[in-house]
Design a protein around this ligand. Structure first.
Ligand code: ZN
Length: 157
């Protein structure tokens, strides 16, 4: 819990932690998308996270809808949930920019960010725990595979 003496950094970390837990407990857009045009699976063998990401991309290359199903740790589920909230209504090309920014930032590279991460910054707390970075990036790799129509399952390995 937040204490009265928490620094702004500590308060931000606590808010991010609560955001992650909220999305892990109540994932948004969880389930199958019957009208999906693009589907990709993601597997993180290191942690046992598995997910299937569904996208409905229209003729204008805009992501009209997104959903995911699967099972995994809190970080992987929260990341997929935040992903769906982020990309719905977004041009596929912009979603790929988010993929690049998330993967680069998780890898510790803050320089080449082309988009504002907003609440996705909450995912960056895992940079302190290198073994969890793949949990956070899994859904984004699946996003990349889905948009690129890659039939191979996305894996973090
Ligand atoms: Zn995990």
């Amino acid at each position: 819990m937040m204490s009265a003496t928490a620094t702004p950094q500590e308060e931000l970390r606590e808010l991010y932690r609560e955001l992650i837990l909220d999305h892990a407990r109540k994932p948004r857009h969880f389930g199958r998308l019957s009208h999906a045009s693009h589907v990709a699976e993601g597997i993180n063998p290191l942690c046992g996270d598995k997910l299937k990401l569904y996208l409905d991309i229209d003729a204008d290359s805009t992501i009209r809808d997104a959903a995911f199903e699967g099972s995994g740790c809190a970080i992987s589920v929260a990341s997929a949930s935040l992903l769906t909230e982020t990309v719905i209504g977004m041009p596929a090309a912009e979603a790929l920019s988010f993929f690049e920014a998330i993967v680069a930032t998780l890898a510790g590279n803050d320089q080449q960010r082309s988009v504002e991460l907003g609440k996705l910054s909450a995912l960056m707390g895992v940079r302190e725990y290198p073994s969890r970075v793949k949990c956070a990036s899994l859904a984004w790799h699946a996003l990349h595979s889905a948009i690129k129509d890659d039939s191979e399952p996305a894996t973090t390995e």
